[in-house]
Design a protein around this ligand. Structure first.
Ligand code: ADP
Ligand code: MG
Ligand code: MG
Length: 209
């Protein structure tokens, strides 16, 4: 538990880096079915760089930590997911401004601005079989549980993200590389929705630590 401060954000992104590293092969396997088999290696490289940067450059606020991490993702991940996740973190951080610590409700609002920016950048909506299919359900659950104890609120978001990722299986991809496959994209879980669920799970683990 505790305050959502810079230390919390650094803890979250460090856990996210560990989780992405552990699950990289599975993410790449999912991307080999409906993409170009690089999602795991893209994110492993990106989040390792994020972890190193956050360790080296001390940040005083959650906003600054998120913006730094987002810039790092954009510059180290070549695929679609780099600019998209980079935008998520940068916009979320920018929205938090220079507060030294924030509430769950404030973080939920900032994350919504971040996810909306991802939707705008990628021209995608919920149901297009992308990362948004995990992120929007997570946001809805987080906002609904914002008044509950912190661990409970983030755990609700984690469950919703995992369910959202699973629910991409029957969908037909309408954005990104997977959309080139048309109906052959059906029956496979979206790699980006899967990595988004890992990021939300890392958030819940950090809140419970
Ligand atoms: P690339 O497709 O360039 O190889 P990655 O494999 O790292 O990039 O990431 C693929 C993931 O990015 C997809 O599974 C999907 O979730 C997400 N994605 C791709 N295009 C879009 C988009 N336009 N909007 C939202 N998410 C997208
Ligand atoms: Mg790929
Ligand atoms: Mg690629």
């Amino acid at each position: 538990g505790g305050a959502l401060d810079a230390r919390f954000v650094v803890g979250w992104l460090t856990r996210a880096a560990e989780s992405v590293d552990r699950e990289a092969d599975r993410l790449t396997e999912l991307d080999s079915a409906i993409g170009d088999a690089d999602h795991g290696s893209n994110l492993r490289r990106g989040f390792a760089a994020v972890r190193d940067t956050l360790e080296r450059d001390r940040t005083d606020t959650p906003g600054a930590a998120l913006m730094l991490a987002g810039r790092q993702l954009v510059s180290t991940v070549g695929g679609a997911s780099g600019p998209l996740y980079g935008t998520l973190l940068r916009r979320t951080g920018k929205t938090l401004g220079d507060a030294r610590s924030v509430t769950v409700g404030q973080l939920a609002d900032a994350l919504r601005a971040g996810v909306d920016a991802v939707a705008q950048l990628g021209g995608a909506a919920e149901g297009d079989k992308t990362m948004l299919d995990a992120l929007y359900p997570a946001l809805g659950a987080l906002a609904a549980a914002a008044e509950k104890p912190t661990g409970e609120a983030f755990t609700a978001a984690r469950t919703a993200a995992e369910e959202g990722a699973l629910a991409t299986v029957p969908l037909r991809a309408r954005k990104g590389r997977a959309s080139y496959l048309g109906e052959r994209s059906e029956g496979h879980q979206d790699p980006g929705a899967t990595s988004s669920a890992l990021l939300v799970a890392a958030l819940a683990e950090t809140a419970e630590a």
